[in-house]
Design a protein around this ligand. Structure first.
Ligand code: ADP
Ligand code: MG
Length: 251
């Protein structure tokens, strides 16, 4: 390794990011750094701007101002497919597979739009897709239409599609929402295996037990701003965080 961990530039660096929708400031001057190998939790009340921040990072929404640097190169405002090609994949809070395509075909789309070098044949894309479907517990559903899956499986398909892009980092937006305890455990196990495979993760999640159990760091957003960022124990004990978020969750 050429660099020691202390010298390494962050994998992802967001600086002064703002996103407005007309008069509404959804994300306001947010800065966040993520190092390779981290698993960062992003929490905050509904409407805080978490999904919008993810969409701007992933190129689904253009930033109003500020920068996004990934692997030392600016990607702010770059189209989503190009961002994905560089190795930054995301899942969406509202899961939206191509409903009439099979589970396998949905995962193959990920492989075709993924990081370079991408598969050059349908056969190669299929191999990648089958492997990630296996890892995501969806192998036996490979030939079912995506619309026939339960919510838990649709969410795992969303993760599979992201993994099929051979990402360096994955942004997971509420992959546990709506899952029962068994499905939650299964998805948590999957997230742990992704991290063990060397992929960096930023996850938006309301399940604080999961966040506490998984994340090495937690950032908190409220009303578009980042109000805390640090190790899980101190962030969750921070009075500003309790007032802005935890008070409402446990009310
Ligand atoms: P979170 O994911 O933290 O719940 P969002 O990022 O979804 O928050 O939303 C932040 C704010 O931005 C909300 O007030 C939401 O209504 C608004 N918003 C999100 N997307 C759009 C959009 N495409 N157009 C207008 N307003 C939006
Ligand atoms: Mg959201």
């Amino acid at each position: 390794m050429a660099e020691s961990a202390g010298d390494a530039a962050p994998l992802l660096s967001i600086r002064g990011l703002t996103k407005r929708f007309g008069g509404l400031v959804a994300v306001s001057d947010v800065s966040l750094e993520v190092s390779a190998g981290e698993i960062v939790g992003l929490i905050g009340p509904n409407g805080a701007g978490k999904s919008t921040l993810f969409k701007v990072i992933a190129g689904i929404e253009a930033p109003t101002s500020g920068s996004v640097i990934f692997e030392s190169k600016p990607i702010g405002g770059m189209r989503a497919d190009r961002v994905c090609r560089r190795g930054l994949a995301s899942t969406h809070q509202i899961v939206r597979p191509f409903p009439h395509m099979s589970v396998l075909e949905n995962a193959m789309v990920g492989a075709f739009f993924g990081r370079e070098p991408r598969p050059h044949s349908t056969h190669a894309a299929r191999e990648i897709a089958l492997e990630v479907l296996g890892a995501c517990g969806l192998a036996e559903r490979a030939y079912s239409p995506a619309h026939s899956l339960t919510l838990a499986r649709r969410k795992r398909l969303e993760i599979a599609r992201a993994l099929a892009t051979s990402p360096v980092i994955v942004l997971l937006d509420e992959v546990l929402a709506g899952l029962n305890p068994t499905e939650t455990d299964r998805t948590l196990e999957l997230v742990r295996s992704i991290v063990a495979g060397g992929i960096t993760i930023v996850m938006v999640e309301h399940n604080l037990r999961a966040v506490r159990g998984l994340c090495s760091r937690i950032a908190v957003m409220a009303q578009g701003r980042k109000i805390a960022d640090g190790d899980p124990a101190s962030v969750l004990a921070d009075q500003n965080v309790v007032d802005a978020y935890l008070g409402t969750v446990h009310a």
